[in-house]
Design a binder for this molecule. Sequence first.
Ligand SMILES: Nc1nc2c(ncn2[C@@H]2O[C@H](COP(=O)(O)OP(=O)(O)OP(=O)(O)O)[C@@H](O)[C@H]2O)c(=O)[nH]1
Ligand SMILES: [Zn+2]
Length: 191
Amino acid sequence: MDAAKIEQGVRLILEGIGEDPDREGLQKTPERVAKMYEEVFAGMTQDPSEHFETLFDEHHEEMVLVRDIPFYSMCEHHLVPFFGLAHVAYIPAANGRICGLSKLARLVDAYAKRPQVQERLTSQIADMLVEQLNPQGVIVVLEAEHMCMSMRGVKKPGAHTTTSAVRGAFERSQATRNEALSLIFAPRRTM
Ligand SMILES: Nc1nc2c(ncn2[C@@H]2O[C@H](COP(=O)(O)OP(=O)(O)OP(=O)(O)O)[C@@H](O)[C@H]2O)c(=O)[nH]1
Ligand SMILES: [Zn+2]
């Protein structure tokens, strides 16, 4: 990532809004923002497939679901955050392999930490799982609040957007899809 370029850009924005980028409180702001962007756009320099190098041989032809994975992403239209919960489920291939559970959350992050729209983020997660695990099915559901709809523009804080991507068995079988959805949307409780 080109930090110097980001710093120049932030300085220009500050000038553009009528600020003095050299006043004490703002002197280090371009540098801070560049550092922050390195973090929130870390997915730009990551290959999401790298999280699937270690897989485990395990016979489990039933659903595996990790729900309520918190994520933060950046709306590519306004460069403000959208954030919420991701729910990722798959059914391993017959005699196939399973991945570490944390890798599902790492996959969400790898794609979230880029300029995004929620629909693409959802399908990229599903498609990478299909590619890496060749599973019998995948379902990904994302629920998010978009700051560009809350703090500006239409100003509807609390409006939530739900997107889903279904592949394989979850696409073909309504019963399988309903089982996943009922687990994903079951009332949240502490364990
Ligand atoms: N489909 C989709 N739209 C998004 C997402 N994030 C933001 N948007 C929308 O992107 C649209 C951009 O619309 P434009 O009309 O080009 O921009 P704008 O004038 O700032 O629009 P307003 O937000 O309505 O003020 C807006 O309707 C946003 O709500 C997303 O993840 N998916
Ligand atoms: Zn936006």
